[in-house]
Design a protein around this ligand. Structure first.
Ligand SMILES: O=C(O)CCC(=O)C(=O)O
Ligand SMILES: [Fe+2]
Length: 328
């Protein structure tokens, strides 16, 4: 009889855990501030204390900042926005509507997007222009789900104008309760393709929540008409203060959630598919559960402007020119 002892080792689980540890060490090496923040900012108490302290330390600067926004009001493209309501909705629901870009701003950004190079999978080595998308897919040997522009905040005057818009800045200051820091603009396409599951995961087409700072939020603007089937942004109203509780570790974990988990835990009326014509915008604290839908009809072009308390350099779209290449 063979009485050797066999120990069963769950290798797939071990591999996942090792990969996670490797990612943490890589993060600590490359972006120590951002990685550490993501560890502590997942706890609500820590987020609240740091945000409160930031507001307190910057109280005087903030009132000067608000005054400056008021003085510049004439230059806003959002003259009719009820910004107090927007801040109130952001606080209560985590998402707020009511923004609309003038058509010349939409046209300017569309024209920039038509002529500039965008980058498959946000990879600086995978540049292509829109008219060469199918060629780019053949070279990559897969459908392109997401392509993003780099240095758009620098190269597109309309985006630059929005970043400095006094109403945008005023909402940011009021919602963050401090002097806001602009941390990044991102302009990207989502294409109607039969995407790889791995691409849906990496490009946020699965429900998740972002922990990007102790307090932060994003403005989103559609630059194409978005009807059902056109890759709308999905958001669960009120979930910024009520994270899912499928597992005990959900109190602090940052992970992807299945549609079923979300549907089981939130009222149907709170799960919103945000549609709108080109130019429609909304603000969202993406601690709310959210995702992008994979389009089935037409491509979606979206602009995101993000404001936070601290800039870890992780969100911006700046890339050195010498790192940008067309797909070979
Ligand atoms: O593409 C989308 O609508 C989702 C994007 C997203 O998850 C984000 O900007 O945080
Ligand atoms: Fe997200």
């Amino acid at each position: 009889m063979n009485d050797a002892k066999f120990f069963w080792v769950p290798w797939p689980t071990v591999r996942v855990k090792l990969n996670r540890v490797r990612r943490i060490f890589r993060g600590l090496h490359l972006q120590p501030g951002y990685t550490l923040m993501r560890w502590v900012a997942r706890f609500e108490l820590v987020r609240n204390v740091v945000s409160w302290a930031h507001g307190l330390v910057n109280a005087r600067k903030r009132s000067e900042y608000r005054q400056d926004c008021k003085l510049r009001f004439e230059s806003t493209v959002f003259k009719d926005l009820d910004s107090e309501r927007m801040v109130r909705d952001l606080n209560q629901a985590g998402v707020a509507f009511g923004l609309k870009l003038p058509s010349d701003v939409v046209d300017g950004i569309r024209s920039y997007a038509t002529n500039a190079v965008c980058y498959a999978d946000r990879n600086p080595a995978c540049g292509f222009t829109l008219d060469t998308r199918s060629d780019a897919e053949s070279k990559l040997e897969k459908p392109i789900l997401v392509a993003q522009y780099f240095n758009a905040a620098r190269d597109c005057p309309e985006i630059q104008q929005l970043i400095n818009d006094p109403v945008i800045r005023g909402v940011a200051s009021d919602y963050l309760g401090s002097v806001p820091t602009f941390v990044g603009a991102n302009l990207w396409w989502t294409f109607p393709v039969d995407a790889l599951d791995s691409d849906k995961d990496r490009h946020a087409h699965l429900y998740h929540r972002d922990v990007d700072d102790f307090r932060f939020f994003k403005f989103f603007f559609y630059l194409t008409d978005v009807e059902p089937g056109d890759g709308a942004h999905m958001c669960v109203k009120g979930s910024h203060t009520r994270p899912p509780k499928s597992r005990f570790s959900d109190k602090w974990s940052i992970r992807r959630y299945t549609d079923r988990e979300v549907e089981e835990q939130y009222a149907g009326g709170d799960i919103q598919e945000i549609c709108g014509s080109a130019g429609v915008g909304f603000a969202e604290n993406t601690l709310c559960i959210h995702k992008g839908l994979t389009p089935t009809r037409q491509a979606r072009l979206i602009l995101q402007l993000q404001f936070a308390l601290f800039d870890y350099g992780a969100m911006h779209d700046r890339r050195p020119e010498e790192s940008l290449r067309l797909i070979k």
